[in-house]
Design a protein around this ligand. Structure first.
Ligand code: NI
Length: 179
């Protein structure tokens, strides 16, 4: 199982809408899921969408690290095929995001705080659940990839966009006060 090359911002596969998966058990989907898992593990990211590995299909992987979850438990890595998100609240919260396709950078992105996620598991079982907090954020980020949207397009304050090293050196709250 190879580690796949990750498409970077500017590549057209990241700007195009992805197509639905018709057969979750098709050999190429099984291979894609295995390769995406390996690629994500190698990258150290928390989520990955198929277009990021140059495959224009509606497949995402996501997880929630224990350190980012309210209950300290996190969510193990899982795949969702043909995900559909529905906001369950108008409320949005702004938080930092990074993306394997936008390496070295991070930005503050507003996301819905409470969403419904439907789709299929990798075993072709229906998914229908409600997500909040960091899980809701990660899924919105990954699902956006399936519609050709990268997180900078969701940003409202470009002062809160920069290289990780600089933002660690000069925390954004300080930069904001200095304006
Ligand atoms: Ni991303």
């Amino acid at each position: 199982m190879p580690i796949l090359k990750i498409a970077r911002m500017g590549h057209p596969v990241l700007r195009a809408p992805a197509s639905p998966v018709e057969d979750v058990f098709a050999p190429q989907i099984r291979r894609l899921l295995a390769d995406m898992r390996e690629t994500l593990a190698d990258s150290g990211g928390v989520g990955l969408a198929a277009p990021q590995v140059h495959v224009p299909l509606r497949v995402i992987l996501f997880s929630v690290p224990p350190s980012r979850s309210e209950d300290g438990q996190g969510l193990p890595l899982r795949a969702i095929i043909n995900p559909v998100l529905t906001p369950l609240s108008e409320d949005k919260v702004t938080g930092w995001e990074g993306c394997l396709s936008v390496p070295g950078l991070r930005g503050m992105v507003p996301r819905h705080t409470y969403i419904r996620l439907t789709g299929l598991t990798e075993h072709d079982e229906p998914v229908d659940e409600e997500l909040r907090g960091y899980a809701a954020r990660v899924v919105q980020h990954e699902a956006d990839h399936l519609d050709g949207i990268l997180y900078p397009a969701r940003m409202e304050d470009f002062g809160a966009f920069g290289y990780n090293e600089e933002l660690e050196r000069y925390p954004y709250a300080v930069a904001k006060e200095a304006k």
